[in-house]
Design a protein around this ligand. Sequence first.
Ligand code: HEC
Length: 298
Amino acid sequence: MGIRAKFIIMIIVLSLLAALAIGYASYVLSHQNTIVDAKSKAEMLFNYIEASGTFFGRYQKPLIDELVTDKDKFIPELMSMFVVKRMEYDLFSEAQKGYQFKQATIDPLWPDNKADADELKIIQYFASNPTAQSKDGIVEKGGEQFFFTAKPVRIEKDFCLNCHGDPATAPKDQLDIYGTDHGYNWKIDDTVGASMLYVAISPALDRAHKTAMKIFLMGIGCLLVIIGCIWVYLDRGVVGPIVRLSEAAKDISIGNNLCDSVHSDVKDEIGVLANSIDRMRISVNKLLKRSCPDRKQE
Ligand code: HEC
């Protein structure tokens, strides 16, 4: 295999490795950025939802309790923080796509709050780790990938059991709306659910994938241009002159063309080689005592 082919193969292999490494690094970095971005969005939205719930519990609920003294009276939109958060979020999601908020619960009053298999595992995690306050991760739902942040819902206050304890003591209006089968008989310290905030990351991951592919293809394009340039350079600057010099050396070795100078003014290794061969030509000529027309001697 000639020098040119060896050199080109080496360049191709190294450049392919470089293009692959750069493409892969770009994918990994974009992937990490997507997660960091999703995490900060989830945190911001979650904090807002929590603040809205806290506002309800701290400022509105005591006033409502003062106004509504009948224990059986229950207006969900006015009296349940979980209803307020759910309905507020539903309105928010009409304008803002790409997020999902769910108060995933093992045995909920509101059927849509029922935890799915992945959410049950997270609730289980919070149940076995009572000090854990949040959990992040990535999950696939309906073929799409989501980053999620979860926070546990634990029954820490007795008043929760006014509505989620024995159905016999729950407000009658609540029983009329939600029935008596689910969402009751919870106990103090139970981990009953987890507030889940999902951020869709599939579109960003697709973009990261496409960018990495583009970078790889651009690398291949540059590689082809570089190989073309190297090929032309090797042909004109290295391989061509070496082939000509080797033919001249072969001629000199058998005493042919001893008057054809191969002198070179180029100051590189090939120029040095050409001038050495030329000196050899002159020496052979002198040894054979031949003479050339002046112009061709040196
Ligand atoms: C005044 C009655 C009432 C009280 C008190 C109450 N809840 Fe609820 N809770 C409800 C109702 C009604 C829902 C149904 C929400 C909906 O329709 O989305 C609910 C929903 C929930 C959910 C979502 C799952 C589900 O059942 O649909 C959780 C979790 C929850 N409550 C936990 C608590 C905790 C913890 C407390 C105490 C801090 C508490 N609740 C106090 C009435 C109450």
